[in-house]
Each structure stands twice: as C-alpha cells, then as structure tokens.
Design a protein around this ligand. Sequence first.
Ligand SMILES: [Zn+2]
Length: 290
Amino acid sequence: MSKSTGTDSPSVAQAVSKIFNAETGGDIAFKSSDNVVFYVHSKNLEFMSEGFPSMDHTILPKNPITLTENLHTLELLFQFTYHCMPPDLGDLDCERLLELAEAADKYVIHYARAHCRIHIRKFIHDPAKRLGIFAFACKHDYEDLIYLVAPLLVHKPLSEVLYEVPISMLVPWSLYHNQYLLSLLSVSLECFRKANGSNLPVQCGDGCTDAKTHDDYWAERIEDCRKKISDQSFPFTTAINALVDDYLVPEQYRQPCCNRFLSWRDQFKQRQQHDLKYFVEEHRRRMEGK
Ligand SMILES: [Zn+2]
C-alpha cells in the first residue's frame, strides 16, 4: 500500500492516495491541492461526472493534473464515481461537507451532490452554519435548501447577508427582510400594546363564564409569541404560527366568548409574511416582464 501523506521534498516519495493508487489501477492521475496523487479510471469519470480536465488520453502519475481540491475532498469525491457503496458522510463537519458539495457540483457528480444535500440539512440547526449553507444553496440554486434556511436567517441585518448571496437574490432577499422588519414593528406596536389596563389587545367577550381563565390563557399565548419573536434565533414564522394555528388552541378557548381573540388573531394572521419563494418568483416575473 502506498504512503498516503508526505511532503513535496524530492528526497521523500510522492504521497499517493490510500484508496486510489497504483494497486487499484487507473489510466489518469490527478494531484490534490495538498500534493497527493490519485490514480483514477477515466471511464468512471466519463460516465459519472463532467468537467475533469484532459480525459482523452492516459495521464501518467509522473505528470498528474493538479486539481484545486484537497486530499480529503478528492478521496471522498472519487468514491462516488466507482461502483461501490458511497462513503459515509455522517461524521463530516459542515466545512468539509460544503467543500465536498462544491466539488461535486463543479464536476457534476450527481450521486455525490444528492448525498451532500441530505447531510447539509443536519447543520441548519447550528446558527453559526446557516449563512454558509444559505450562500452555498443560493450559489448552486438548491431551492429546497434555500427556502428551508431562509426563515432562520431573515432576522439578520442586511449587512451580514447581502455580500454572501448572488446578485439574483439581492432584491428578493431585501424585500423579504424588509417585510420581516415591518411585521415586527407592526406586531410590536399593535399587537402587544397595553389595552384597557391589560397586556391583551382584546379581552374575552360579554357573558363569558370564565373570563379570567380565558384572558389568562390568551395572555400567555401572546406573551409566548412575543418572546419567541424577540428571541432572534427562533424562526419568526414559527413564532407566529404557534399563536395562530387552530390545532394548538384547545376547544374551550374557541368558544363564542373568545371570538374577539379569534378575530384579532385572524387579523394578525393576515399580516403573516410571504415566504422568500414568493419574493423570488415575484422578482423573476417582473424581470421577465421588462
Ligand atoms: Zn371567554
């Protein structure tokens, strides 16, 4: 088995991949950005990928084609071009996964792209990773990932987001973010103002047999919503939904005496936001109309 790592010094043997080496064969040689040589079968690349340079003749290991990806990325990537079980990406950290996903996109290895996308989703719960994932998804137009992460980033200042996204996303994202700020303002001003000495925008109606319990219930729900909106790591739309979704309101708080709450809530619901997809499609439509 060949040595898998080493330096570029002439006195030291050329480092060769543990998985793709002379013993495993191949008619084309690549070198990673960190100077490790890979022996690969060009037929596999022809069938499973696009965009690798110079595959029309044999490339000897003495004169390999240098790629911009590192050993770790290429070792995983090439495995997706062979007829074998794909490598397990479960232990990859987000950075390495995104590097692999970038390479999979660059060389159009669909099998690897699909696996990467599945694993990238795991990291959207980490606030520190979201923007990088969003930028990646925008760059490669992975719509499912874009719209999954967008509500988790909408609260971020434009200055943090705009330079991370492609030009085509600037207008939709700005409008989406602007809508968020306006909604937040409207929620703050209208929905949580003190009314009639109470924290509630409305109170339970006349003839309610248990007004205190009912008002307390709604006060709790509204306060919970306010807290979730204030907690910027919490998705805004999820906070709103927690208040307005019918299935979350027990039967006893959907009685006629609660109609004021329910109608206030419906008005509130109508101010719910468009999602990013709406702004992307609206922008596209307008641009096409020009
Ligand atoms: Zn009531």
